[in-house]
Write a protein that binds this ligand. Structure first.
Ligand SMILES: Nc1nc2c(ncn2[C@@H]2O[C@H](COP(=O)(O)OP(=O)(O)OP(=O)(O)O)[C@@H](O)[C@H]2O)c(=O)[nH]1
Ligand SMILES: [Mg+2]
Length: 248
């Protein structure tokens, strides 16, 4: 937790950003680019947060819910819908101060073995090599629990987590569980999350949305609460430039 505002790390409520501001920040999300291969991804100099998890876990839906945009990320009933790495810029007044990455899911049964292996390798390389990667949100359907591939992903991430990479296990589709089941799965996952954060989330019931937006905001702004507006909007670089944070 070395990068976090000390007051936030100490759990002082007053240091937390107002959830409305965090949601307003999430709402600024706009499409940046899409890439089928790692070398096609642009170099990013702001924090990048990747949404990963098995196919159909709810990655694209959670991005749409957090950004309050119906079709920013492409969600579908059909598993394997997201087949590229899609990047979205975040930041007020067109000043990009973070990037979200929606990744294709893994473990989709209907995909050929060689395609599965190729994609798993691309994703592992992304998680290990991507320099701008600051945080990983691992989405998990609590009715299925952490799968072998989820565990392999967490293993691959471990060295980076030791170096300060943040991670959040998001237990999706919480609306499918009773309150008692939710409480149980939350405490069990916390025990297994190896120091990462764990939250229940439901796009359908909007459960956990504000809380996750707050957490992501703090991860992308470790220096603490930013001024509401930059001193001069004219100082802002062009929209979607994925440029460093304007510290004016
Ligand atoms: N009940 C319920 N259904 C959800 C929730 N979130 C997502 N879903 C459904 O789960 C299905 C898959 O959602 P996606 O967001 O496309 O999943 P994904 O993880 O992006 O899938 P891939 O792109 O295939 O990896 C869709 O039918 C969604 O409507 C939720 O919170 N509650
Ligand atoms: Mg998707």
């Amino acid at each position: 937790m070395t990068n976090i505002n000390p007051a936030f790390a100490a759990g002082q409520e007053t240091a937390l950003i107002d959830p409305k501001l965090a949601m307003g920040w999430m709402h600024t999300a706009r499409f940046l680019t899409t890439a089928a291969q790692l070398h096609q991804l642009p170099e990013i100099t702001v924090p990048e947060i990747a949404f990963v998890g098995r196919s159909n876990a709810g990655k694209s839906t959670s991005i749409n819910t957090l950004t309050q945009q119906k079709q920013l990320a492409f969600a579908s009933k059909k598993p394997g819908r997201t087949q590229h790495i899609n990047l979205f810029s975040l930041g007020k007044q067109g000043v990009t101060d973070a990037v979200l990455a929606d990744l294709p899911g893994y473990g989709y049964a209907a995909v050929s073995r060689s395609d599965k292996q190729r994609w798993q390798q691309v994703m592992l390389n992304y998680l290990i090599q991507r320099e701008s990667l600051t945080a990983v949100v691992l989405l998990c359907d609590p009715r299925l629990g952490l799968t072998e591939l989820d565990e392999a992903l967490l293993d691959a991430l471990r060295p980076r987590v030791a170096q300060g990479l943040k991670f959040l296990v998001l237990l999706t589709k919480a609306d499918k569980l009773t309150r008692a089941e939710q409480a149980k799965v939350l405490s069990i996952t916390k025990l297994n999350a190896g120091g990462g954060e764990v939250r229940l989330f439901s796009a359908l019931k909007r459960q956990g949305v504000d809380d996750v937006a707050q957490l992501l905001w703090h991860w992308c702004h470790p220096e603490g609460l930013a001024p509401a507006t930059p001193a001069h909007a004219a100082d802002a670089p062009a929209a979607d430039s994925a440029s460093p944070r304007n510290t004016a």
